[in-house]
Design a binder for this molecule. Sequence first.
Ligand code: NAD
Ligand code: TYD
Length: 357
Amino acid sequence: MIFVTGGAGFIGANFVLDWLAQGDEGVVNFDKLTYAGNVNNLAALQDDPRHVFVRGDIGDGEHVLALLREHQPRAIVHFAAESHVDRSIHGPAEFIATNINGTFALLEAARAYWSALDAAGKAAFRFLHVSTDEVYGTLGPDDAPFTETTAYAPNSPYSASKAASDHLVRSYHHTYGLPTLTTNCSNNYGPYQFPEKLIPLILANAQAGKPLPIYGDGRQVRDWLYVADHCAAARRVLDAGVPGETYNVGGWNEMTNLDVVHTLCDILDSLQPKADGGSYRSQIAYVQDRPGHDRRYAIDARKLERELGWRPAETFETGIRKTVQWYLDHPDWVADVQSGAYARWVETNYVHRGDVR
Ligand code: NAD
Ligand code: TYD
């Protein structure tokens, strides 16, 4: 049995679905179901006895500890977080509460549970902390990609809160001996991503005939990774990672935001042509830039390849086609997440960016 936090969110749900598709080991899926958590993501597991879903907050250490003692997992895989940079700019408090204090409470519960295991259980136990490349800050155009030894320099409340959580996890290994592992991954895309993030937002707006908002000049660079590749990396690190180590995970796939949006428009033009015969590119709208916007992220994932043999299976071309097709095939999923709470967020975030909705 493994204990997954945040398994109703984008990456967590993909991880749980992949995990149960590939083996028989059960999952306790612990998720607060914030705006980003969606039980519909787990609909395929409704009658699966290997999947135990529990609604709860990682900040509630007593709840977590009771579940750990009840289910006796051999590992915790920690995805739960507030994850959207723009939201962290408008309201950082939730990011401090969940990403920092929540991770602290989870670590304390894990330590209490782990300390009481016998020697073999202690040695086999793992705490896998899923983090981001954004902790390293921003790169210039000619800088080498981030490695595991790049100094932390977070620039948003989101990345600062994730950096703090990474440091706490590190300290629990060095101070208490908790067998922790940390992954720092680049931008993910794929099925079940909440349409506040660039790729699903562009797909949803394109189909709705709405503007496609590009922050600033659109020349910022991200290193995109298909979510199933991130899930495979997490499984590999859980299996064979060395406690106390951190591993960078990336797609070897740097692209400007403008190139990503053009690619999405071109695929949509071929799969679902606009009624007026024009291109979705005509909906592109340049809007006010994000404050503190990091210019470039790029990951050097050679340690993970060299030491654990992981490489991404998808290229951007193959992954993005699958992704666009998935969103076209699941209009009900998109409509469902675009609920009242989401509509209010669009008001807050885009109203000052040139009235793009
Ligand atoms: P998401 O926002 O889609 O999902 C987060 C999940 O965590 C949701 O299901 C939410 O309900 C749950 N959650 C939030 N607060 C909680 C709390 N206090 N207690 C319990 N559950 C809570 O995020 P995501 O994109 O799936 O990211 C998952 C993890 O991966 C995060 O830690 C994020 O920092 C990291 N990450 C994401 C990316 C990316 O591109 N999305 C890249 C690298 C790393
Ligand atoms: P996002 O998906 O929010 O991920 P992150 O900020 O964690 O990298 O954004 C990806 C890039 O796309 C980032 O440079 C901001 C930009 N962006 C836009 O230009 N327009 C948008 O509407 C959004 C949501 C993001």
